[in-house]
Write a protein that binds this ligand. Sequence first.
Ligand SMILES: [Zn+2]
Ligand SMILES: [Zn+2]
Length: 145
Amino acid sequence: MSYKASCLCQAVHIEINGPISDIIHCHCTLCRKSTGTAYATNGFVQWSDFVIRNGKESLSTFEFKPGRKRHFCKHCASPIFSSNESDPSRVRLRLGILDSDIQERPLSHNFVSSKANWDDLDASLPRYDAFEPSRDLSKTSGTQS
Ligand SMILES: [Zn+2]
Ligand SMILES: [Zn+2]
């Protein structure tokens, strides 16, 4: 298999030439803050399967705990992966940056004890393919959020 991933501004292009394992939705405080979302979806990729095709010089890091770094695009701030010096053979990929459909599937929701109180995992909220119908699009430009 070969999967492709990229950041929002397209400066960073990643190629993954192997499986993604241990995919989970992480609701921990660190993941919520670093993504600005209810949870992050992360999975392991072997370093040997992980190729930074373009934009290595566009990556910056934040060491959030000793030896543990979050790697992100310094132009658009997309989170790309994290690394852990005590687990040097693999990276923890942020799955939202994938451009490819993948075969693997998430296994669980983790750290639910620190999930946001507005994040209801079992919510039977309506689902839309685009904006919710009540959104006043005249007040927004662009297509997102
Ligand atoms: Zn970028
Ligand atoms: Zn987390």
